[in-house]
Design a binder for this molecule. Structure first.
Ligand SMILES: CC(=O)N[C@H]1[C@@H](OP(=O)(O)OP(=O)(O)OC[C@H]2O[C@@H](n3ccc(=O)[nH]c3=O)[C@H](O)[C@@H]2O)O[C@H](CO)[C@@H](O)[C@@H]1O
Ligand SMILES: C=C(OP(=O)(O)O)C(=O)O
Length: 419
């Protein structure tokens, strides 16, 4: 089992590039099967979740070529409409294949998806949206058996602006007769990226980025190519790593507009931030100052995926910072591990209170989810001495060679094989 060995206490300097967004490329890979043709995707990160998506595409009968950051999917030869349980469990985004397979084949069979364990992650809104469009879905012994003989566009009002339910509804709506209007849709930049990809293959989809998305079903489709947007959560993680360790780093290939809630909090903490066309430059001297309460919220609010990395940066800030996790019920599993490094954090329900301590020390710690794992790395970079971080397969789901990127800006971090 691989671990990260981090020798903390070194400031970070230089340039680091942000790769393509996991939460964009995964639904886009699923969407590629809606079009019986070729899709060329650029800026695809090399992540274990991307590998899992490719396995699903190949299982369905697609031909997939992957070269550096480009993935070419030819979905003309699709011959199946089921996904094996072990692939469903590998990641959350496997469930987005449901809308895509239904749109393409009119039937689908799969089990429930995996993904980070952050408390209950129901898919009721995914299923009710697909049912509203005309799908018959039977839930039997942990399996979803779906058929859709004739899907019709309709109005779908989501009770929560769920990212995944919005994506599934958009994909299924592509094969419907007529127009589908999704209200209270998720507004994340990754939804806009999915809309742009669907438009590039010939669909008429508009409104993404706002709360109402309109999909005109059925269209004359053609081969397409698309470049995936950059990963705002990876960018946020680099910013918090610099805030934790100190130094000055240019985070490149990023859309600063997607990061404004994160950069405004880091500025409030005392970091100097300069946003340019495609980069954000951060410069920090320790100690930082505590910040006003950080409340996670759907985009454009503060992203839940950046909550743990930001917490890592605030552990040694002067004063008390409060975090309120509004999206997921149990997203503080990193807290116990951070406390092994000397952090002072109290959690009650959805609230975590972080009292700044003068310093952290290295420790043996374990990542139990993706962003919690990234937070442990950020904290270890700012701690005195050596930390050994296990469970890094969680981190590999969302960060391409995190250790290499951090080493390029001066971090002492090594991936080792062993217990
Ligand atoms: C692959 C991907 O894009 N993952 C992201 C996506 O996850 P995901 O799409 O799973 O997150 P959702 O936006 O669906 O979840 C938001 C909230 O809605 C609830 N809910 C969701 C669906 C449903 O059918 N019923 C229901 O109650 C969830 O339990 C959660 O409390 O958005 C999350 C919120 O920004 C991010 O943390 C994840 O990184
Ligand atoms: C929670 C996350 O991913 P997933 O939804 O794929 O589990 C994440 O990217 O932080």
């Amino acid at each position: 089992m691989s671990t990260f060995l981090v020798n903390g206490g070194k400031q970070l300097y230089g340039n680091v590039k942000v790769h393509g967004a996991k939460n964009s490329v995964l639904p886009i890979l699923a969407a590629a099967i809606v079009n019986p043709g070729e899709s060329i995707l650029h800026n695809c990160p090399d992540l274990s979740d991307v590998t899992a998506s490719i396995k699903i595409l190949e299982h369905l009968g697609c031909t997939v070529k992957r070269e550096n950051g480009t993935i070419i999917i030819d979905s003309r030869s699709i011959c199946r409409c089921d996904i094996p349980d072990e692939l469903m469990r590998e990641m959350r985004s496997s469930v987005i294949f449901l809308g895509a397979i239904l749109a393409r084949a009119g039937e689908a069979k799969m089990s429930f998806p995996g993904g980070c364990e952050l408390g209950p992650r129901p898919i009721d809104l995914h299923l009710s949206s697909l049912r509203a469009l005309g799908a018959h879905i039977e839930e039997k012994s942990g399996n979803l058996l779906c058929r859709a003989d004739r899907m019709r566009g309709c109005e779908i009002n989501l009770s929560i602006p769920s990212v995944g339910a919005t994506e599934n509804a958009m994909l299924a709506a592509c094969s419907c007769e007529g127009t589908t209007t999704i209200t209270n849709a998720a507004r994340e930049p990754e939804i806009t990226d999915l809309q742009n990809f669907l438009c590039s293959m010939g669909f008429s989809v508009f409104g993404a980025g706002g709360s109402t998305i309109v999909v005109e079903g059925k269209a004359k489709l053609h081969d397409c190519s698309h470049t995936v947007i950059s990963d705002r959560i990876v960018a946020a993680t680099y910013l918090t790593a610099v805030a934790s360790a100190g130094g000055e780093v240019n985070v490149e290939d990023v859309d600063y507009r997607h990061l404004s809630t994160v950069t405004s909090i880091l500025s409030e903490a005392g970091c100097r931030i300069r946003s340019e066309e495609n980069s954000v430059i951060i410069s920090c001297k320790k100690p930082l100052k505590a910040v006003r309460p950080v409340r996670t919220a759907p985009y454009p609010g503060f992203p839940t995926d950046a909550q743990a990395p930001l917490m890592a940066a605030m552990l040694c800030a002067e004063g008390t910072s409060v975090f309120i996790e509004n999206i997921f019920e149990n997203r503080y599993r990193h807290v116990d591990e951070l406390m092994r490094m000397g952090a002072d954090i109290k959690v009650e329900g959805r609230v975590a209170v972080v009292c700044g301590v003068p310093r952290l020390h290295g420790a043996s710690i374990k990542a139990t989810d993706l962003r919690g794992g990234a937070a442990l790395v950020a904290a270890a970079l700012g701690a005195e001495g050596e930390s050994r971080i296990s469970g890094i397969s969680h981190i590999d789901r969302g960060y391409q060679s995190l250790e290499r990127s951090l080493a390029e800006i001066g971090a002492e971090i090594l991936r080792t094989d062993g217990p």
